[in-house]
Ligand binder design. Structure first.
Ligand SMILES: Cc1cc2nc3c(=O)[nH]c(=O)nc-3n(C[C@H](O)[C@H](O)[C@H](O)COP(=O)(O)OP(=O)(O)OC[C@H]3O[C@@H](n4cnc5c(N)ncnc54)[C@H](O)[C@@H]3O)c2cc1C
Length: 282
């Protein structure tokens, strides 16, 4: 299927991208194109112009400052998957995205700006407590992952803003991602990310997020509360995971999986993610 006609522009810097955004009314930014081009072909979007930001060097790469890793918006999933000093939940999630072609072209920024409910990175970045950095004509701002993912394909990113990078805490906590994937695309039917810290044999903090089930990635506060203060034994993790149903409003059903099936799978994948994170937390 062919996309509707559009004019193509290439920006070589962030400033050039802003200048083009100012000139062109309903233009869309193009990064890896692995969500936008399918959306154009399906006529879900029909912008008159695309601004290709894919070659802007300052938006690429991973850097480290103390206990924070900063991932440029144009960093590909393949680069994240191969990184040695990022939380395990993030590298394993990136390594399970789509296929090698998708991972080599698709970008972290495009994935989270698009905010597909079945995408992996919104879930993982929510569990990790990441911060999204964006720039607009009126300056730069940062928004926590908890506040960034608002609804189905909807984020806190303004129409006139560019997501520049993501800050991820690298603090020694145990992290893991577990996903029940669509065998055709690898998108998540149920995806669960967990981050736990353990001290003196007890869980001192827990963040658990789910994706694939609800319009946007969500935290599981009941599960988190049931983990903190307990030893992370198999029984305690199973008991905490069993609470997840109460954290899930608005569970979706579609041709890939019914609402009931997604609800039934949620505690199993919570259990898997938390168990692996606990193992990694030592
Ligand atoms: C066959 C297939 C399988 C896939 N499987 C998975 C999977 O298993 N898990 C998963 O998570 N994803 C999956 N994806 C999606 C993939 O990860 C995409 O790469 C990603 O969702 C979009 O990134 P992109 O760089 O291609 O963005 P694009 O498609 O170029 O852009 C997507 C949207 O984000 C906007 N945008 C892009 N960059 C920025 C920026 N820096 N600032 C502001 N707005 C921006 C664009 O304007 C557009 O609206 C799959 C895709 C395909 C085609």
């Amino acid at each position: 299927m062919y996309p509707p006609k559009f004019d193509y522009y290439r920006a070589n810097s962030i400033d050039e991208a802003f200048a083009l955004m100012g000139q062109l009314g309903d233009a869309k930014l193009l990064a890896g194109g692995h969500s936008l081009i399918p959306a154009l072909k399906l006529r879900l979007a029909a912008p008159s112009a695309l601004i290709d930001i894919g070659r802007i060097g300052e938006l690429k790469g991973i850097s480290r400052n103390g206990s924070t890793a900063t991932i440029g918006a144009l960093t590909t999933h393949a680069t994240v998957a191969a990184a040695s000093d990022l939380p395990a939940a993030l590298t394993e999630a990136a390594g399970w995205i789509g296929d090698p072609q998708v991972r080599n072209r698709g970008t972290v920024g495009g994935n989270i700006a698009h905010a597909d409910p079945a995408s992996d990175l919104p879930t993982v970045l929510t569990a990790l407590g990441a911060t999204m950095n964006m720039r607009g004509l009126n300056g730069a701002r940062s928004v926590s992952a908890d506040d960034f993912f608002i609804d189905l394909f909807m984020t806190a990113l303004g129409e006139d803003e560019i997501l520049t990078s993501v800050d991820v805490p690298v603090d020694g906590a145990g992290t893991a991602y577990a996903k029940l994937f669509n065998p055709a695309s690898r998108y998540a039917i149920v995806g669960v990310a967990a981050k736990v810290s353990v001290s003196g044999g007890q869980c001192t903090s827990a963040r658990v997020a789910l994706g694939g089930l609800t319009p946007s990635a969500v935290r599981a506060p009941s599960v988190e509360a049931a983990l903190v203060g307990k030893a992370l034994t198999a029984d305690n993790i199973a008991a905490a995971a069993a609470q997840v149903g109460g954290d899930l409003d608005d569970v979706m059903g579609d041709i890939h999986a019914s609402e009931e099936y997604r609800r039934a799978m949620a505690p199993i994948y919570v259990q898997r993610a938390v168990s692996k994170a606990a193992e990694r937390a030592g």
